[in-house]
Design a protein around this ligand. Sequence first.
Ligand code: ADP
Length: 532
Amino acid sequence: MTFEELGLIPPILRALTDYGYEAPSPIQEAAIPPALEGRDVLGCAQTGTGKTCAFATPILQRLQAHPAPKGVRPIRALILTPTRELALQIQENIAAYAKHLPLRSTVIFGGVGQNPQVERLKRGVDILVATPGRLCDLYNQGFLNFSKLETFVLDEADRMLDMGFIHDVRKILGWLPAQKQTLFFSATMPQEITELVSSLLHDPVRVAVDPISSPVEVIDQSVYFVDKVNKTKLLADLFRKDEIQNALVFTRTKHGANKVAGELQRAGIPAAAIHGNKSQTARQQALADFKAGRVAALVATDIAARGLDIEALSHVFNYNMPDVPETYVHRIGRTGRAGHTGVAISFCDYSEKENLRGIERLINKKIRLVSDHPWPMQVFELTRDSHGRVVCAEDMEAKAASREHKRARSMSPNAGHRAHHADASTPSRAGQEKAPRQRPNPLAGERIMDATARLLSSRAPANRDTGRTGAPQARQNGQQGTRKQQRPASGGAARRGRGDQRRSKPELRRSNQKDSTEQPSLMKPYYLNDEK
Ligand code: ADP
């Protein structure tokens, strides 16, 4: 099957060839023809199957066939996707596929200033790629109008659910015209998603691709039995010996990701951590450095790694064995893509042996054990707390680090109104009352949280006053700052304050979670339906 046979027009075919696509992927083969006819499509497929091209090329072709009236450029296609990384990648791909067409696209997402995005919207766009939070913000401020919308794409719907965005999604659906084409993609169909599908789609064409089992066959997998304390030494050693071009290293916690990246750097291996507590700028920089080869090891939690579009990844390391066996398949599927061979290496300590057994049961084969290495396992007992209960050492360490971090923050003379903005560019105000007041740089430091991190961070119920006057009081009470405190005060603060309240339920539900990876629902790969 060729793209031409799917009915795509020459300018798009040329762009796909320029982009290096030779033949359609299964989801593209199945979804493009009905989408070109204007049918609704329900696609069951996970990240990396080629969904973007499957929905984007029919959108481009249909928009091109019915040009917008001269002089105006209303939004005629909306693509809603859960993360900023995905949003950016989708828009990048659309721009490439639309290279030979006079259509304009743009992307909006949170965590960065809205003005450049608003400016682009004002100039007019045919296709808008958006994450739910920023879309709601801009819609509520009157910058978006969907009255001329022709096609709506909901990408990774089950992940929206996982991340607590489903309420926003429902609200957005209410802002769209009833008459439209809907292309709906989800890796799994939990109850809420099925309900959404039946209310949203009209006589959809159902297409499904199931790539979950394939990576297991093509990837060279091995496991090392090694104690926790020796894992980074072994990792650094393998980096030196095995000529690893680039590797994604999965850790259990964000604290673990930071620690491993730091230790690798000290061992002379260029490494960066990427997770939800990092600012968008820091994450993009880490990803760009990794793609450019300046960083050899990208250390990530499962959540942070979702949606990262990294091709030609030579190695995946399971620094910690995942609790959920299917996560293993999902992780190793990040290597060995697009016909490349891949290598997946797992480090298993004594407490993780049961996880290894679960993985081997799932993939129905034994993973090759490498026993000839300098740090063979020597600890054969489980970690217990003071009550003798078995605990996960990494989780304990992450919790202790988080407690220590909070304690240090509350002791800091800066703990108060501006604590979140303190960084090298905003010197401490202690002892320099007379110094000219500096405006905090909203993009500096690690305090800008993305939507996921905001949802996961523990917080007190939104106090409408804290953003303007009551922050020190909130601090004294030991409460974590609300989002308002992290943003520069502006006319939009009150509106965003309402946003906080909007999302208060999921936030409160998760309020005692210390680390995203401790949440079973998020540890679970999003394409799995069954509860652990
Ligand atoms: P998804 O949207 O399902 O996550 P993408 O559309 O981002 O997947 O595709 C994953 C990767 O595969 C991207 O780098 C994309 O450019 C590439 N890709 C998609 N379709 C094809 C194709 N037909 N031929 C070659 N590469 C493709």
